[in-house]
Design a protein. Structure first.
Length: 302
């Protein structure tokens, strides 16, 4: 398995982990957003700390990375969550999420500016199919009403999408920085989120169920996911992973249905069809490569 394939698998692992975010967030819905972010990223920091200890080079050496890398990591992790929660506070969650889910499409578009990367028609078509599927999944059957009263919230949601997509793409420029550095970004994000919590929220004492759900969030969709996403962005096919990211809301919805927290509908099947179709279109080069390898392997000399 080559390095690109390993990177693609890492990106897919992050998508699968993020699909569990809604399920466990439902179990922590009484915890204020910034407090929850601070708690979950504190747990995520422990993952990075464990990686640092495992490498055996001392903790301080892992903090000695270029300032621009620190800025990018904090910009991505804290910036995304800060603007997302500000969007939710200043606009209806439905409209804010529709705008926020521009980020996979923006990853595909922004990747065209990377060295040695070329945006092909199947990447764009695949990403657009996924985006339309996400719109159906999030907005169908609900009253979507964009209003000038919520322009500030919409702007925050757009900034949120731009922050995450640009962070993801720019990570490619720092391929030499070890993924364990994400642990440092998680630690700073936890501290900044705690500060935002003190400014914007009242502290809430979680129940045992909420505390356990927060631990799972910190180890999974708000922890390990960011580490494997870093590998995917640095080593994988960034346009393919960006298109596949539209599977996140679909898998998330299916999990909510399985656990009885949502109900199935015809629109989910249409959204599923569009998202899967978009993923298949974006994966055309992969399938062509697999067919070529199969033919080459089965060729017999005359």
């Amino acid at each position: 398995m080559n390095i690109v394939q390993k990177g693609n698998l890492a990106g897919i692992a992050a998508i699968i982990l993020w699909s569990t975010l809604a399920l466990f967030t439902v179990l922590t819905n009484q915890i204020p957003p910034f407090q929850l972010t601070a708690m979950a990223f504190s747990v995520a920091f422990l993952i990075g700390l464990g990686l640092w200890i495992k490498e055996g080079k001392g903790i301080l050496i892992h903090l000695k990375i270029p300032l621009k890398v620190w800025v990018l990591g904090i910009y991505g992790l804290f910036g995304y969550h800060f603007f997302y929660f500000m969007a939710i506070k200043n606009a209806p969650p439905l409209e804010a999420n529709l705008i926020n889910y521009l980020w996979p499409l923006l990853i595909v578009l922004f990747s065209a500016f990377l060295p040695h990367e070329k945006l092909r028609w199947f990447h764009l078509v695949g990403a657009m199919c996924g985006f339309i599927g996400a719109i159906l999944l999030i907005g169908f059957g609900r009253e979507v009403g964009f209003s000038l009263l919520h322009v500030k919230g919409y702007a925050y949601a757009l900034i949120c999408a731009v922050v995450w997509s640009s962070y993801s793409v720019m990570s490619r420029y720092f391929g030499a920085i070890p993924t364990s550095a994400v642990g440092g970004f998680c630690g700073v994000t936890a501290l900044l989120s705690f500060g935002a919590h003190l400014i914007f929220e009242q502290t809430y004492m979680p129940t045992m169920q909420e505390f356990l759900a927060t631990l799972i969030l910190g180890f999974g969709p708000v922890g390990l996911a960011f580490f494997v996403w870093d590998v995917g962005m640095k080593r994988g096919d960034i346009k393919l992973i960006g298109s596949l990211s539209y599977a996140t809301p679909l898998l998330s919805t299916l999990l909510l249905i399985i656990f009885g927290l949502s109900t199935p509908s015809r629109v989910i099947y249409w959204a599923c069809l569009l998202i899967v179709m978009g993923s298949l279109i974006s994966s055309l080069p992969f399938f062509k490569e697999m067919i070529l390898r199969f033919k080459t392997r089965n060729q017999r000399p005359l």
